[in-house]
Design a protein around this ligand. Structure first.
Ligand code: SF4
Length: 72
């Protein structure tokens, strides 16, 4: 979790444009291939809750979706 706060580029696969899901809004538990150009050669299968710093926001989503939720 600390890593996410330090790295603005990090994001979840379910919100990433390289998550090869046909769904418009993939679910956290969904599994799909990662199509990020430098990672696709590894034929990775990732879950929506996974993530990395190769993340790029999926079309139609706001960056706010990756902001930590406030708990009071
Ligand atoms: S592993 Fe990284 S690049 Fe691939 S879908 Fe997940 S966040 Fe995107």
């Amino acid at each position: 979790m600390e890593k996410r706060k330090q790295d603005k580029k990090w994001g979840h696969c379910s919100h990433c444009k390289y998550f090869d899901s046909p769904a418009k809004a993939p679910l956290d538990g969904e599994e799909a291939a990662c199509m990020q150009p430098s990672l696709s050669k590894f034929s990775l299968r990732v879950f929506g809750t996974c993530g990395c710093n190769g993340f790029e926001l999926r079309a139609g989503l706001s960056r706010a979706i990756e902001e930590p939720a406030l708990r009071v």
